[in-house]
Design a protein around this ligand. Sequence first.
Ligand SMILES: Nc1nc2c(ncn2[C@@H]2O[C@H](COP(=O)(O)OP(=O)(O)O)[C@@H](O)[C@H]2O)c(=O)[nH]1
Ligand SMILES: [Mg+2]
Length: 270
Amino acid sequence: MHLAALAVVLPTYNEADNLEELIETLFSLPLKNLRLVIVDDHSPDGTGALADKLAQRYNQVQTRISVIHRPQKGGLGTAYVAGFQRALSDGADFVVQMDADFSHSPTYILQMIGVVFATGMDVVIGSRYVPGGSLDETWSWWRSLLSKWANIYCRTVLKIRVRDMTAGFKLWQRSALQDIKLHTIRSNGYIFQVEMAYLSEKLGFHIIELPIHFEDRRVGQSKMNVSVKLESVWRVWELLWRHRKRVSGVREPLTQPRPIMNSGRPAPHR
Ligand SMILES: Nc1nc2c(ncn2[C@@H]2O[C@H](COP(=O)(O)OP(=O)(O)O)[C@@H](O)[C@H]2O)c(=O)[nH]1
Ligand SMILES: [Mg+2]
């Protein structure tokens, strides 16, 4: 397990105060073939330059950090799609997505990968809304309410079972990300998480929700804004319409863990 070719994709916009410590924490995990893909959108606080500096530091023997620089703030969804595509083309067998602000504690990655190795699940969702999961008590009441309401809204309209539809902490098997056909994803704000969860259910993926405690970001500010919220409201209906003819898929039952390594050897990350 500790040899798994795992890539962690980190979208960043003004995360200069978090990035270095986060990278150190991630590389201190007992995961020998861990790689990072940072997708920065020309952050005004210099996150992109810091990412390059850290890449230089960590890439001396082999490439452990790739940095994608985009010219302007392009939204979370397209940042993740670009990062996932890079991770796949670099040969990752497993891809983790997480916020770059410590809301998602890196230590859960070990549990996530353990679950995938034990069960062969396609997707592990770090979930706040299953028993054992929790939200930071210091999150403002309106933010907690918004998050819970958004989940109820999305689950009701889309009729799906995933409890934390807006979760941004997930581990994907390579084959799952390939089956999703990333170039077809249209959501760009936080609703991106919903589109990915919805497609996962529609495609019949084996999904498991692992309870996590979600901490409020340590430093910096949330990038949640009005246009992102509005996109979330109407996009749910667009999703329902776009996939109205799609019959829910069923993957073969998981009687035994499926073989999960692509290659059986550490992937040739560039
Ligand atoms: N590259 C990129 N990253 C973004 C963008 N918007 C948000 N992020 C990153 O996505 C993650 C989640 O955003 P955050 O503001 O923490 O959202 P919140 O936790 O819902 O308040 C963080 O790592 C952000 O830096 C964007 O437009 N482009
Ligand atoms: Mg955050």
